[in-house]
Write a protein of this length. Structure first.
Length: 363
C-alpha cells in the first residue's frame, strides 16, 4: 500500500468515527394506529313478505227464507237497505193458515169439553161403584172414556200449537242488524219453504277470502297478523287477522284462508279485490350473521378480526380469529363456528391491520 492509499483509508476511518459520534441518540419509530370500522355480531331477524290476491266479503251472511210455502203478501226491504234486528222483511198471505188455526182452536175447545164431561162421568160412576150400585165393567168403561178424552184434548192442544207456529212462520224478521244484499223475489210471487227471500250481510264485520299456494299454507295459522290493501283505496293499509285456514285445497289448487279486517272503512264493501300481505320468518332466522366485509380468507381458511376496546376512549386492539362460515345471505355469512353474539368485528381496513395491532374507531 503506497502513501496515497494509506491517506485515503485513514480519511475514511475518520469520517466514519465522526458520523458515529454524531449519532449517539437512536431514533424512536412512532407506533401506527390504523382507523377501522366495526360491527356487532347479531342473530338474523330478516322476514319476507308475500302478497296474495283475495276478495272481500261480509264476515256474516244469512240467507233468509220462510219455513212454509205460500204467496208473498209484502216485501218490506230493498237492496242496500240497512235494517235492525227483528225488523219485518217479508210476509206470506196467511188467510188459509188462519182458517186452519181457528179450526184447530175449535177442535181443541170441543176436546176440552169432552174431557171435562168424561171426567165428571168418571167421578159419578166411581161413587156408584164404591156403593156397589154399578158393576166393575161400567166403572172401567168410564175410566177408559176419560183417558181417551184426555188424550184427545192433549192431541188437539199440540195441533193448535202447530197451527199457531205455522201462523208465526208467515212473517219473516231479520235475525241481526245488517245490510240487505239481495232480494231475489217480488210481491205476489209464490215461494216455497227454504227459498231465499233476502240475503242479509253484516254491516260491521268484514273479511277477505284469499287462496294460498301449497308452498306457503303450512306457514300460516289462525291468529297471524297481516296487512290488507285494496286497489280502490290506494295508499291505505288495513290490519287483519287470520281466522280460518282450510285443510283441503280448493278447485284452483290453492288453500282458502279467511282474514278478518280489524279496522273497517266505510268504503270497503263485499266483492272488492284485495291484496293480503303475509310476513314469513326467514329460514335463517336465529342464525348468527357475520357482515360480508368482516370475513377474509387465508391459507388456514376464513378469519375475522375481533375488536377489544382499549383503556383510551375510541381505541382498541384487534385479534385475528379463524371462523367457519356457511352460505351467504342478503345479511351476510351464516356463522357456523368461531363467533358469539355481541362480539365486535372489523368491517373496513382489514388488509392493513395485523393480529394484535392497535386501532381507532372511525365515526
Amino acid at each position: 500500500m503506497n502513501k496515497k492509499s494509506n491517506s485515503l483509508f485513514f480519511l475514511f476511518i475518520l469520517c466514519f468515527l465522526f458520523f458515529v459520534g454524531c449519532s449517539g441518540e437512536v431514533e424512536q419509530t412512532e407506533e401506527i394506529i390504523r382507523p377501522v370500522r366495526y360491527q356487532q355480531i347479531k342473530k338474523s331477524d330478516i322476514k319476507t313478505t308475500r302478497s296474495f290476491s283475495g276478495v272481500s266479503a261480509a264476515a256474516t251472511e244469512m240467507k233468509l227464507s220462510f219455513r212454509i210455502s205460500g204467496t208473498l203478501e209484502t216485501v218490506k226491504v230493498k237492496v242496500g237497505q240497512k235494517v235492525k234486528k227483528a225488523v219485518l222483511i217479508a210476509s206470506i198471505d196467511d188467510t188459509d193458515i188462519r182458517i186452519q188455526y181457528e179450526e184447530a182452536k175449535v177442535a181443541m175447545l170441543n176436546a176440552e169439553v169432552q174431557k171435562d164431561n168424561a171426567k165428571a162421568n168418571l167421578a159419578r160412576v166411581r161413587e156408584l161403584y164404591e156403593n156397589n150400585n154399578v158393576p166393575l165393567s161400567e166403572y172401567e168403561n168410564a175410566k177408559n172414556q176419560y183417558a181417551a178424552a184426555r188424550a184427545e184434548h192433549e192431541s188437539r192442544i199440540k195441533k193448535l200449537d202447530l197451527q199457531k207456529s205455522q201462523l208465526s212462520y208467515s212473517k219473516l224478521f231479520s235475525p241481526m242488524p245488517g245490510i240487505v244484499a239481495q232480494v231475489p223475489v217480488e210481491k205476489n210471487e209464490n215461494v216455497n219453504a227454504g227459498q231465499v227471500i233476502a240475503l242479509l250481510t253484516s254491516d260491521k264485520d268484514m273479511e277477505v277470502e284469499v287462496g294460498i299456494p301449497e308452498a306457503y299454507i303450512s306457514r300460516i295459522k289462525a291468529g297471524d297478523a297481516v296487512s290488507i290493501g285494496f286497489s280502490s283505496l290506494k295508499e291505505q293499509s288495513f290490519p287483519g287477522t287470520v281466522t280460518e285456514v282450510s285443510y283441503i285445497a280448493s278447485g284452483a289448487s290453492t288453500y282458502p284462508v279467511r282474514v278478518r279486517l280489524e279496522k273497517l272503512a266505510k268504503d270497503i264493501r263485499p266483492g272488492m279485490p284485495a291484496n293480503v300481505n303475509f310476513t314469513f320468518s326467514s329460514e335463517n332466522e336465529g342464525s348468527l350473521i357475520a357482515p360480508i366485509n368482516a370475513v377474509a380468507e387465508d391459507q388456514q381458511g376464513n378469519y375475522v378480526f375481533i375488536v377489544t376496546e382499549g383503556s383510551e376512549k375510541g381505541s382498541a386492539t384487534v385479534k385475528k380469529r379463524q371462523v367457519r362460515v356457511g352460505k351467504l345471505t342478503n345479511e351476510g355469512f351464516i356463522v357456523l363456528d368461531g363467533l358469539k353474539q355481541g362480539e365486535l368485528v372489523v368491517i373496513s381496513g382489514i388488509s392493513k391491520i395485523t393480529d394484535g395491532m392497535k386501532v381507532k374507531f372511525l365515526k
